[in-house]
Every structure is written in C-alpha cells, then in structure tokens.
Design a protein around this ligand. Sequence first.
Ligand code: HEM
Length: 442
Amino acid sequence: MSIQLELHDIQGTVLRNRPMPYYGAYILFQIDNAEDARTLVRRLIPYVTSAEEWEHPAENAWINIVFSFEGLRKMGLSEEILAGFPQEFKEGMAARKNFLGDLGESDPEHWDLPHGRTGFHVGLLVMAGSEELRNQKIEIGHHVVSELTGVKTVARLDVGVPPTMREHFGYLDGLSRPFIEGEGGAPLPGQGDPVKAGEFVLGYVNELGVVATGPGPEEFWKNGTYIAVRKIGQKVAAFRKYLADQAPTSEGQEYVAAKMMGRWRSGCPLALSPEKDNPDLVWDKQRNNAFAYYDDDLDGKKTPVGCHIRRVNPRDGLKDSIVDARIHRLLRRGAAYGPLLPEGAEEDGIDRGIMIAFINANPGRQFEFVQSQWVNDGDFVSQGSRTDPIVGRRDMADDYVFPDKPIRRKLTGLPDYTATRGGEHVFLPGLRGLRWLVENCK
Ligand code: HEM
C-alpha cells in the first residue's frame, strides 16, 4: 500500500525538482543572539515553500531553511535533544575529513565556505526561474537580517544550472534521481522500484523496515531531513588537458570522458549507446535513464564498474555481493558556481565548481558511506584502492582502468582536478518543526 507523505509540511527542495535552467544561492548566517535568530526564522517561515506548493509557486521562486548543528545549539535547542542527533551531524563535516578523504588541498583548513565550526549557523537555499526573482527572494532574507543585530550574513554563493544543463567539465547533469514512495506520479524507466520515504524524510519507514526518527519531540523532527552540502572546486583546464593527453582527436577525448563518467558528455548513457554518442535520446525521459547493469553488463564492458555514475549508484550491479545498494541512495541537487572557462583557455585562478546538496535521512550510511567507500575506494567493485575518476581522492591511487578493445585501457597519472572547498551536514526541519523551534527554544 502506498504511503501518504505530508507534502504541506516537507520543505520543497527535498522532493521537488527545480526549474531548468535555474538561478539559486546559498546564503549563510551567523547567530550571535538566540532571540534574534528565532525572530529571523519566525519571519522567514511564511516564505518557506513546501513540497505541496512547489509545483504551483506563486512567484516561480522558492526558499528553504537549514541549520548546522552549531546553529541549532545557538537557536537554544536543549543539550538533551542535541545529544540525540547522529554523530556525523554533531561533529560537522570538517571534523570528518579523514573519513571523507578531505585531505591535502581539500583539507578544511583551506575551505572558503564557512561551516558549523567557523560561523555558519542558519542557511537559506534560494531557487528561482530567473536571476531577478532569485535576487528578490535574497532581498527578503537581507531585509529581515538587517533589522536584527544578533544575526549576520557570512557568505553568499550564487549557483545555477545553465540552459545547456552542463556542469563545468562539460557533462550534462541532472538526469538521474531515485523515485520516492509517496512523492506522487510513477517512476520513470530506470528509476527502479520506489525507494522507501524514510531514506529521505524522517517520520516514515525506511529500507531497513523501521521508521526513521530524530531527537526530541516528533513535532520537531517529523518531515525533516539532513543534507550533506559539498562545495567542490573544478580545475577545468587541467581536466581538459588530461583528456587531450589521452587522445589526439576530439572523438577520442569524448570517448575517454564518457568512460570516466558512464555517460557521454551529452548525457547519453554508455549503457544504451556504448560505441558512439546519441544525443537524441538525452531529452527523452522514457529512455535517458532506462538502464541497469546486472543482466547485460555485469563486467562493465559498456559502463565501466569504476566510472562515476556506476560507483555512486550501482543500480542492480551489486546484486550478487553482500552490499545492499538500496540503503545507500542519495537524492542529489547539483548546481554550478563560478564563470565558465572558455574553451582552450588556461586556468585563470577564478574559483569555479559544483555545489551539491545530497539529501539523506541518515548521513552516515548514505552520503558518508558513498563518499568514503564508493567514491574514494574501489574495493567493492574489485578495483582495489582505485578511486572515482571524476571526483575521487588521488593520494590513494591515480590510475583508472576500463575494458576496451582489443585490450583493457589503463589511464595513469590522473590529476587532482577537483578539490573540496567547503561542506557541512545540515538539518532541514519540516515546517511544523521550524515553528516548534521558534516557539520552544530558550
Ligand atoms: C566534481 C564533482 C562532481 C561532478 C562534476 C559530478 C557530475 C555528475 C554527472 C554529470 C552525473 C550524471 C548525470 C545524472 O546521472 O544525473 C552525476 C551523477 C551522480 N552523481 Fe555526481 N558529480 C560529482 C560529484 C559527486 C559526488 C561527490 C557524489 C557522491 C558522493 C556524486 C553522486 C552522484 C549520484 C548519486 C549520481 C546519479 C547516478 C545515477 O543515478 O546513475 N557526485 N554526477
């Protein structure tokens, strides 16, 4: 029997797709005074868009509110309730650096986005169909903050998905996501069986057959969830140069790029078109994600077992192993920041990359598991310590192999063309939870 999600109470970004193209921003606030922080949240609640309103937005623009663990403490949430949060959220992402592989250039000491330990307490996620509408929504936040001495803005990062839907390395993004039980509608081909809602929203049964809960009264945590936010810098010229070094022709470079991702840069899946790109099927929702691995590509001849998309969502490819891939699903909202680097240009020193919001009800067995075991380790697909060719750490291994004709191909000396530049585990309460926070914290 299908479950009923309380859509009116769930913040919209959890379940709803953003417009494409879209203009967004992360606005981060620091709290110096709890009373002012509660006033901030109280005044912003009327602007928060729920999953129910999302499809019929009054203004084609949306606001959602998140908190770092330190932020909830600053709001005045009791230590007793705080103690009940998951360890990953309590420690904050910077403290998890060894586990997450955020070392060297990715070390939190180099991060430029404030996190829980350095002054980010409350965040606004703003999304809109145009730049003007985005700025209007941001103005609401600024206006509320300007009247409060105990809250200050510590960062603003503009993000967006361009009309091409391409991220900085040139791949079309935003094609695959899990279908969540109760979200409405039916799964598209390739989304598989609906994932239990408790994997993404607290208060519902998860894939382990238990209700995902939070600390304190149900009114506070029900319909809330966690987001693992990652700011990842991309060295575009280094990536392009690496491709150019692997193949003299642009076709050859596109082939290598596709074998690293699991999709051609057009978005076309290798699973459906392994020999050559077929951009036509990218805009067909019935086809662009309609694949699995077990039946006809277990050994990765089409979609290599170590490529990006097969690591982070192995689909049915691990059916014979002890790993249950269904308990490590991520709901992903990626957006680019920084200007595009023109084709052929050298690195210009400007920060550009991708901001990814990974929605998960259990940050330990979802985001942190995927990042540490699947992105930064290759053991689960018999790849030893080989890491993700797009975003994996390079200090463990810097080569990548994939089946090819006549013999397998080995890429060596993969450069570090990505580096973590910020990150935090945040809590995104339901609307009732937000009201509970402002009314019950002292
Ligand atoms: C520079 C960093 C990254 C880039 C450029 C990137 C890019 C992409 C692209 C182009 C896709 C294919 C489009 C799609 O399936 O919708 C994708 C899929 C995905 N990525 Fe990433 N990604 C990055 C980092 C990460 C990280 C760190 C994780 C997880 C820890 C991750 C998780 C996923 C997931 C779960 C999918 C969906 C795969 C599927 O369902 O088939 N990505 N990514």
